[in-house]
Ligand binder design. Structure first.
Ligand code: KG4
Ligand code: ZN
Length: 341
């Protein structure tokens, strides 16, 4: 049993969580998240320098609030964990510097955590027993990857996107359709009123043995559907609300189709019965529904990460760090950040 204070600042959410465990089960004492949507909205995407500054303003306050809201004292914390890779380098450096300072001042061990591996294992936060071995689908703004998770600390990459991430594609389609930022939740909402079979958008890399993804062709197909063949502007004003909904639904279906098919294929190739899904796009309603149906049909056990642990949060960082702590992993106070995994 251990109790970890986790810090997450890899992109545009400042988050601090305190998580403890009793064997395989976790207790999330708090999972505080300060989002920065309002700061980035007018730029249509995350501005790295603005994200770093906002992390700097919020981090201390969230650490103090984490202790105050849980009634825990620093003596009850066994280690400080922090996302140190991958992500926006300036944003990561704020979290890593904060964690190094806390570890030094409170005389606690320091543990660096891989953000993508934390998304891989986030489904376990609310389970009574570890679900491994499993195939993990991680779908976020920066990543679309399949992993073979043999155990918390034994994670192997099976396939990844060769161009855009799924979340990035959702964000770009929302920009094309002028639905706002971040695009994923907006496209998800609008797609519910549309017909997913209206447009037969491309499904890339269909080869049977391929576990890689590609979403840039799909993005271009939607672009031409909206603006006209070969055009990159105009035409949006001619679309009715229901036509926009049909495009959102057909686009979502194309993304979800590929994600579902390749995830089941990975489980078959690796020979595991369990599938877990994490990352911001794991909040997508069509993905959750279609994966549930497909896994039932294929006889696979599916664990979807609960919605509140899908988008970036420090609970998943502290939860994975608990396993690293139990395995004796410690990082020096000179721990650095890295933009790449
Ligand atoms: O995991 P996350 O919070 O950050 C990264 O590590 O990238 O994922 C953010 C991504 C964004 O691209 C956002 O548009 C997408 O997740 N997203 C969704 C939904 N909610 C968030 N995409 C589709 N449907 C959703 N409901
Ligand atoms: Zn993430």
């Amino acid at each position: 049993m251990a109790c970890i204070l986790g810090i997450e600042t890899s992109c545009d959410e400042t988050s601090v969580a305190i998580v403890s465990n009793d064997g395989p089960r976790y207790e999330v004492h708090c999972n505080l998240i300060a989002a920065q949507l309002d700061l980035h909205e007018k730029y249509g995407g995350v501005v790295p320098e603005i994200a770093s500054r906002a992390h700097l303003e919020k981090l201390d306050l969230l650490v103090a609030e984490a202790l105050a809201s849980t009634g825990l004292s620093r003596d009850e914390i066994d280690a400080i964990a922090v996302t140190n890779r991958p992500g926006l380098i300036g944003a990561l450096l704020i979290g890593v510097t904060g964690a190094r300072t806390l570890a030094w001042a409170w005389e606690k061990p320091l543990i660096g955590v891989n953000h993508i591996h934390a998304h891989c294992t986030s489904a376990a936060i609310t389970l009574d027993a570890a679900p491994w071995p499993a195939v993990a689908l991680v779908v976020s703004g920066g990543h679309t990857s399949l992993f073979h998770v043999r155990d918390y600390l034994d994670i192997a990459l099976l396939g990844a996107t060769i161009d855009d991430a799924a979340g990035e594609a959702f964000d770009k389609i929302a920009a094309i359709l002028d639905l706002g930022f971040p695009g994923g939740p907006a496209v998800d909402r609008v797609a519910k009123n549309g017909n997913p079979s209206t447009h037969d958008f491309p499904r890339a890399l269909p080869q049977r043995d391929s576990l890689d993804f590609s979403f840039s062709g799909l993005k271009t197909a939607v672009l031409y559907q909206v603006h006209g063949p070969g055009k990159t502007s105009g035409g949006l004003e001619k679309l009715s609300e229901s036509q926009v909904a049909d495009i959102c639904a057909s686009f979502s279906a194309a993304v979800v189709d590929v994600l579902v098919r390749k995830t089941l294929r990975a489980a078959e190739q690796v020979g595991v019965d369990t599938i877990v899904v994490g990352g911001g796009v794991a909040a997508n309603s069509m993905l959750r529904e279609r994966l549930t149906v497909a896994c039932e049909k294929a006889g696979r056990m599916l664990h979807l990460t609960p919605m509140k642990f899908c988008t970036d949060n420090a609970a998943m960082i502290a939860a994975l760090a608990l396993r690293q702590f139990e395995a004796g992993q410690r990082d020096p106070l000179s721990l650095t950040a890295s933009a790449r995994a």
